[in-house]
Design a protein around this ligand. Structure first.
Ligand code: GLY
Length: 378
């Protein structure tokens, strides 16, 4: 039973109020998928190629809202989106990218884990299969962005750190079906990430390039952080949470060791209030944008570690996460103004943004985890 008196519970009530207002304002037809100027309503491009990794953060919030309140209106909303989610991994399968894990863990997997809906299970397994098909056998990684039929812009041979958070869909598919292929692909990708993307100090690079045909390494690349050699904060958070979850599924000590090392690196870079700037290795002249979304994702990763029995420093990670979430819960980070459709202000995506829908999701997940109310959709 939720303690409705606690500050966390009050914060969750406020978030659910926003979810309800957004559902009413935008409906299913314009299901929120991006934040522009702190508003969800300014971009209405459901399953648009450019924003495809971000639609499921709202559906993730919807399923959490259902679990928290029991109100069937949230399930009705989810059910009305199912045909779109199915179409994306059947009719439009070649339009997909590595981000199928973000999209389906927080929609169809979340729904299946919550209601046992077999249709949702089938759609999520189709998505996992499409994700596994992106595996490059020679380089042993999941190809991030290229079309798998070789047409379109040639961006093949690239792995990115964000993919660590897409692996849970594969691990879930393995657990659900017993089919080892899903697990083998996920582990191979995680192992290549350790070998190529994590540096000795446990900072991570954003991207790494291989020759698509031979699988030979071509070295570090960057598309989201400051540059090659820098340490993008959100990428560090993806790696932290991704390795912590990979350990939960596999029990492989190497994954826990990486998660702990990355967590320690992340924590060492933080200012006193626990909210990072967007890249931990910036030249003097670079802008110092705050990224609340990196903070919220990392807090979830730290809470995952604090729930991991074999983790040596559980209490410290849990306390650090609680501190970060407490800081995010007030202005200027928490969006208290009634007109704000989003939940957290200040995030980096290319440049400083007024907010990011993925940060909103992870903030809600962290609050639920702190309340011991979060089902693990990952
Ligand atoms: N593509 C994931 C991110 O920007 O964090």
């Amino acid at each position: 039973m939720v303690n409705r008196q606690s500050g966390i519970a009050q914060q969750l009530e406020s978030i659910i109020g926003k979810i309800d207002r957004n559902m009413e304002l935008l409906g299913v037809e314009n299901a929120p998928c991006y934040t522009v100027d702190g508003q969800y309503s300014k971009l209405r491009e459901r399953f648009d190629h450019r924003f495809q990794w971000t639609l499921s953060f709202f559906t993730g919030m919807i399923v959490h809202a259902f679990r928290y309140t029991g109100d069937p209106k949230y399930l009705r909303y989810m059910n009305r989106l199912q045909n779109d989610y199915r179409k994306k991994v059947t009719v439009d399968a070649l339009e997909t990218m590595h981000d199928l894990g973000f999209l389906y863990s927080l929609s169809e997997v979340a729904l299946y884990k919550t209601t046992g809906d077999r249709n949702a299970r089938e759609i999520a397994l189709l998505a996992a299969t499409e994700l596994a098909k992106r595996f490059n056998v020679n380089g042993r990684f999941i190809d991030a962005w290229s079309r798998m039929d070789g047409t379109g812009e040639d961006v093949s041979g690239l792995m990115i750190i964000d993919s660590m958070m897409n692996l849970p869909l594969l691990f879930w598919a393995w657990e659900e079906t017993g089919h080892h292929f899903y697990k083998d692909v996920a582990e191979a990708h995680a192992d290549t990430t350790i070998r190529c993307m994590i540096r000795d100090d446990h900072s991570v690079c954003h991207a790494y390039k291989f020759d698509r045909m031979s699988g030979e390494s071509e070295g570090e690349r960057n598309h989201c952080g400051y540059g090659v050699g820098s340490a993008w904060a959100r990428g560090t958070a993806w790696a932290l949470y991704g390795f912590a979850v990979a350990y939960r599924y596999t029990g492989k000590a190497a994954y826990l060791k990486e998660a702990e090392g990355i967590a320690d690196f992340f924590i060492r870079q933080l200012p006193e209030n626990g909210v990072p700037i967007w890249d931990f290795r910036l030249p003097e002249t670079a802008p110092r944008w705050i990224d609340t979304s990196a903070c919220a994702i990392a807090a979830c990763g730290l809470l995952e570690l604090s729930d991991t029995e074999a983790c040596g420093d559980r209490a410290r990670y849990g306390a650090q996460a609680a501190k970060m979430i407490e800081t995010l819960s007030s202005p200027p980070y928490f969006a208290e103004e009634p007109e704000a459709e989003n939940i957290l202000h200040l995030a980096q995506c290319g440049e400083l943004q007024a907010g990011a829908i993925w940060g909103d999701y992870f903030y809600m997940e962290a609050l639920l985890r702190l309340e011991r109310q979060a089902e693990r959709f990952w």
